[in-house]
Design a protein around this ligand. Sequence first.
Ligand SMILES: Nc1ncnc2c1ncn2[C@@H]1O[C@H](COP(=O)(O)OP(=O)(O)O)[C@@H](O)[C@H]1O
Ligand SMILES: [Mg+2]
Length: 253
Amino acid sequence: MAESAIEITDLRKSFDDGKTFVLKGVDLTIPKGKLTVIIGYSGTGKSVLLKHILGLLHPTSGSLKVLGKELWDMKESELMEMRKRLGVLFQYAALFDDMTALENVCFPLREHRRQWDPDKIIDVATKKLESSGLGSEHFHKLPSELSGGMRKRVGLARALALDPEIILYDEPTTGLDPVLTEMVDDLIQSTHKRIPGSTSIIVTHDLFAAFRIGEHMVMLDKGKVLLSGTPEDFRNSDLELVQKFIAKGFKKE
Ligand SMILES: Nc1ncnc2c1ncn2[C@@H]1O[C@H](COP(=O)(O)OP(=O)(O)O)[C@@H](O)[C@H]1O
Ligand SMILES: [Mg+2]
């Protein structure tokens, strides 16, 4: 069997002491080295699931293994180390407004590569921006001086700063126009291919992107996994909700 990046068993999450559950027993394996797309209706628990993988939310019960290690068996220091192996890009790139593009990418390096001299930090940050496709004329601009697409590139460069093994994207193209959406999808795909062995996980409602770039697909519904499989499995699924979601997604475009 293929190696897995993430193994989730019967994961449950309640924010109100067990009165209601947002995650209602998620069982899921995310393969290592692949680009996995997570789809599902709004409010179904996709972001909450992602935050569990990132170790930002504590599960109410269940097991969550990231890169072979049970996340909540770890000491705080181990959890910090694990978080460095994960890179994340949220919908709004969440850049520091008062830092230039380059400084934004230097930030995690200054924080976590303290033994590096300043030149090396700038050198690595520059390379990350270059491979994310930001022109060098923009390196010293503030986020407010950059276009939406450029900000995404900076956000991606920053997410990749520490060479993460798993890269997570939460709705990276929500709110973007079609041209920019395609650019960001292509960027995600080319980034995935450029970093050997990397695992990419993208939450999206963009079905076109899901089928175009997804190698593995997961559909979440009401806090549970409805289907996990190849894009082919999804096309061939006779689950009504899967077909409804796919049809709706394609009609919208
Ligand atoms: N920190 C929180 N406290 C309480 N409820 C939350 C919290 N985060 C998310 N939720 C609830 O969990 C449900 C799933 O949210 P979310 O994972 O963001 O959905 P989506 O699939 O759209 O990403 C929503 O009903 C949301 O209101
Ligand atoms: Mg969400």
